[in-house]
Design a protein around this ligand. Structure first.
Ligand code: PEP
Length: 243
């Protein structure tokens, strides 16, 4: 089965709503019809981004959400709130959320289940730290993050983003061979019925210069792009490389 490539930009905490509107309009106007492309934007940019992307192939994702639909959780946002805005999906488990905001695999499993139940698409980010890779723990870390994170997904397909932490937001990139090895391992962890349908994005300093050889690997089905998604030209060049 050939999987359709899926490229998502992760803006992190960049761009005000006033900046997001014209930027999303430009991207939305240039993303090829029928391509799977998304922007994971800050909460304050969601409404303006949904409006600017309406009727185009560009999807709008949030970068986080709470697992409960409502309640006394000051500062949090729920799946129904995202749906009501017209948001397409949510990125869960980014390493910065895990590292700086204490996101656990168990909490992520609840978030993932709540997002799917609400009808949102999900990108689940996983990846090992430099210390874990050096200690030979890459596979055990990925196994825990994937199996616990997807525990409640049942037969629903989510996108997985493999983002080695040592290559994320740095100038270092995993070699295509290292990335392919991790992607194939992640795929082997999935239930047999979902294995061929699940898209696994690579994330970690993906740029127009290295996207082609990463995306040529058999188990790399797209990219989660941080820094290079903040400007239209490099991001659209990566989208073009994904074909
Ligand atoms: C990310 O943090 O999701 C990411 C992929 O960042 P960068 O592309 O800047 O390494």
């Amino acid at each position: 089965m050939s999987r359709r490539p899926f490229v998502a930009g992760n803006w992190k905490m960049h761009k005000t709503a006033s900046e997001a509107g014209p930027f999303v309009s430009e991207l939305a106007g240039r993303v090829p019809a029928g391509a799977d492309v998304a922007g994971c934007v800050p909460f304050t940019d969601l409404a303006t981004s949904v409006e600017a992307a309406a009727g185009t192939a560009l999807q709008v994702f949030a970068q986080n959400m709470h697992q409960l639909p409502q309640g006394a959780f000051t500062g949090e946002i729920s799946a129904p709130m995202l749906l009501d805005l017209g948001v397409d999906g949510v990125l869960l488990g980014h390493s910065e959320r895990r590292q700086y905001f204490g996101e656990t695999d168990a909490a992520l499993a609840e978030k993932l289940s709540a997002a799917l139940d609400a009808g949102l698409d999900v990108i689940l980010a996983v990846g090992e730290s430099e210390g874990e890779r050096e200690a030979g723990e890459t596979e055990s870390v990925l196994e825990r993050q994937v199996t616990v994170g997807l525990a409640a997904a049942g037969d629903q397909v989510v996108t997985i983003a493999y983002e080695p932490i040592w290559a994320t937001g740095t100038s270092r990139t995993a070699t295509p061979e290292m990335a392919q090895e991790a992607h194939a391992f992640i795929r082997s962890l999935l239930p047999a019925a979902l294995r061929e349908a699940t898209r696994i994005q690579y994330g970690g300093s993906m740029k127009p210069e290295n996207a082609g050889e990463l995306l040529a690997q058999p188990d790399i089905d797209g990219g989660l792009v941080g820094g290079a998604s903040l400007d239209a030209e490099p991001f659209l060049a990566i989208v073009a490389a994904a074909g």
